[in-house]
Design a protein around this ligand. Sequence first.
Ligand code: VG1
Ligand code: CO
Length: 543
Amino acid sequence: MTILTRATTPFPGQRPGTSGLRKKAAVFAQPGYLENFVQSLFDGLEGCAGQTLVLGGDGRYFNRGAVQTILRMAAAHGFGRVLVGRGGILSTPAASAVIRRHGGYGGIVLSASHNPGGADGDFGIKYNVGNGGPAPERITEGIYARTQSIAQYRISDAPPVDIDRLGECRLEAMGVGVIDPVADYAALMQACFDFDAIRKLFAGGFRMRCDTMNAVGGPYAKAILEGMLGAPAGTVVNAEPLEDFGGLHPDPNPVNAEDLIAHMASPGAPDLGAATDGDADRNMIVGRNFPVSPSDSLAVLAAHATVVPHFRKGIAGIARSMPTSAAADRVARSLGVPCYETPTGWKFFGTLLDAGRVSLCGEESYGTGSDHVREKDGLWAILFWLNVIAATGLSVEQLVRAHWRRFGRNVYSRHDYEGVDAAAADRLMAELRGRLPGLAGTAVDGKRIALADDFAYTDPVDGSRAEKQGVRILFEDGARIVLRLSGTGTEGATLRLYLESLEPDAARHDIPAQEALAPLIAIAGRLARIEVHTGRDRPSVVT
Ligand code: VG1
Ligand code: CO
């Protein structure tokens, strides 16, 4: 076995976005493409010689080949040991748990998460640091800088490692531990939640459908829900991780998980519906004929946190991404704990969690998590709901409605304009930004604007600064419009329009969100001239 140094030339555009580098699988499959990125990552790591790296992915097309390449490069770089999930499988939250539990130097997660998979779909790679969380921007920007001047990479010519058998082997001087991808994670879940109470719930006839969308959540949900908690076999559906997710788009929202939504609306629907995404860090919660908005989910869980063993003593604070509704803010206020507003992307929660300033975090994009790992965590959120249901005896709908009555309802929706011409999307944002200084104090359709800015964030722990994180227009009555461009797409641009209005009147809580938000939708369309710029008279996805 020899460690080879191979000459290479830079590929353009290897800049990680909201969560890692995502490109078409065919782009990643080009000779040297993955290698360049991984070498650029390794070049920036200091003191990793002899250390442990965690490696795994969501099982999509190209996952297995990428695992072998990265193993051979890690050996050439002097890592002491790589812990790899059997079959190359690790969900994003499980990778975070393994890094933390085994004192990993960092970890590589192979996933384009909620993006479609398969040979014609997307592939992705993300780097997590020693706290188990996504690398902060100074690291990802450093990787990107090196990809632009890379001239060579190092790789062992060793034969492939058998990643399908648990146990230890060697690759050059490096150890490779093939681990059960579920075990550490399942133990952590057991420590967080009241498994006895959830077991009793299922034993008492509580029924659930958990749709893991043919993605990596399947083995975890099966082992924990059906294995440890006694949910009937068949509770978890689409449970086999497939390279193309069986053609499903593993982005759990009412549009992509329409089967689950229909099932939950049918006669004899189970008590709880849930879905997870490609890498199992997102969750969607559905009651009987009652989808829960992710922003509400975070707020409801926060309000009931002390029923869960992990939060028995209460929570230190909450953090939410800027476009996420302010429902959680109201809960934080009532608990007397701080609520932080961060830019979109889980990487901005890490410092707050590490510093113990917050215990719970959430994003409007079906992401919820806590200080148990440093990633959002789909199955954790589902278990949290199960624990709250078991402890209160209330249904999903009862919990949410009681929450609205107590705190008011933050009516919420996101409109996505996908595959828009990138230059047109940039023009829209530039024009809108240009108009911001004149907006505060003016009224549109009788609604007075209190603040209009481009969200900027200074991390209160490490002082790092993130700018241009999305245009927000705040109205005096608590309503908000937010516009930003997606940082995870691989085709053209995706414009995201986020809409929120506060409805304190319980008599109006039944009005469908699109109807309640109609005036705000009209204002947003006009202010941003969405149709003029994009040529679209309606969004592609409404959630
Ligand atoms: C989207 C979501 C964001 C989430 C990110 C990664 O980013 O809006 O909240 O953190 O995806 O989620 P963007 O830039 O496309 O809006 V995952 O589950 O795809 O890693
Ligand atoms: Co994900």
